[in-house]
Design a protein around this ligand. Structure first.
Ligand code: HEC
Ligand code: HEC
Length: 239
């Protein structure tokens, strides 16, 4: 009888408990579970393009999965993320990667960066033609003609801040990040860039708007895929 009264009481009072506090019922969705992540990788991009936090929404699943494993396994270092990821299984990281890869959010406006005409030329030449003398393929050959990445594991180069791009390039160049197992194509390519070239590229990329086709393309030429070894597995990054 007492149970019945209690049940009726709970029905009448809806989501309140016997003490009158509102019970918080959190739905167990992926969006809720990744709340700790979206504080920094936020939907609204509240910190603006100058912020260091990279955008992750809409990046290829295999790429995101590789990065999550890199942070968890110590190949890429950022302590607040390591703490969150250290006990997560590969299966769960793949689920998180899938969630963010399917998330579609508007892109922020490009950064306003002043560049000299010769600096623009230098950046565009490297990005679209590369430098055969130094064995640098065009960035667009791997990152796609519109630089929005290629499935399953190559990220977009647009929609990122200058500070973030510059930090990744310098991390590869000075060897302080070892994101991937060998052969590590980006590390080899970045090491061939001079300071001025890396700087011009970071500025140019960050000042481009994202228009039109903003989803990653779906195939990489085999002769370029071999340079990146295990980064581009046939199964999209899943083990
Ligand atoms: C305290 C802020 C913060 C939190 C919380 C955080 N991140 Fe990050 N995340 C960053 C920063 C900063 C970087 C870039 C670090 C670097 O330079 O390597 C990053 C990088 C990444 C990258 C690589 C992006 C790329 O383009 O290479 C992924 C993927 C990612 N985070 C996913 C997550 C997920 C999933 C969570 C939640 C489990 C999370 N992050 C929580 C700040 C954060
Ligand atoms: C041979 C293929 C290839 C070429 C050419 C290439 N990249 Fe990459 N790039 C990759 C791969 C693969 C990754 C992902 C690396 C990883 O998983 O750690 C990447 C990642 C990046 C990232 C990290 C993006 C992020 O979200 O963190 C930047 C920045 C980048 N490349 C810049 C460049 C620039 C600039 C050039 C031209 C000078 C270039 N890449 C040429 C294959 C390539």
């Amino acid at each position: 009888m007492l149970r019945l009264i209690l049940m009726i009481f709970l029905c009448i009072t809806g989501l309140t408990n016997v003490y009158g506090d509102t019970a918080i019922i959190v739905p167990d969705t992926m969006a809720e579970r990744v709340r700790a992540c979206t504080i920094c990788h936020s939907a609204e991009d509240k910190a603006g393009r100058d912020a260091y936090y990279p955008r992750i929404a809409g990046k290829p699943q295999g790429y995101l999965f590789n990065q999550l494993r890199n942070f968890r396994d110590g190949r890429r270092y950022y302590q607040p993320m390591v703490i969150l990821l250290e006990n997560m299984s590969d299966e769960y990281l793949l689920e998180i990667a899938r969630y963010f890869s399917l998330l579609q959010l508007p892109y922020p406006a490009p950064e306003q960066i002043h560049m000299q005409p010769e600096e623009i030329k230098r950046a565009e030449r490297l990005i679209y033609s590369g430098n055969p003398d130094k064995d640098i393929p065009p960035c667009s050959a791997c990152h796609g003609d519109v630089l929005m990445g290629i499935e399953p594991a190559i990220p977009a180069l647009l929609g990122l801040s200058r500070a973030y791009i510059a930090a990744q390039l310098s991390g590869w160049r000075n060897g302080s990040i070892m994101r991937s197992q060998t052969p590590d194509c980006m590390s080899e390519i970045a090491k061939q860039l001079s300071d001025d070239e890396a700087d011009a590229i970071a500025k140019w990329l960050a000042s481009q708007p994202v228009t039109g086709e903003s989803r990653p393309l779906s195939a990489l030429l085999p002769e370029l895929a071999y340079r990146c070894g295990q980064i581009i597995p046939a199964n999209g990054g899943a083990r």
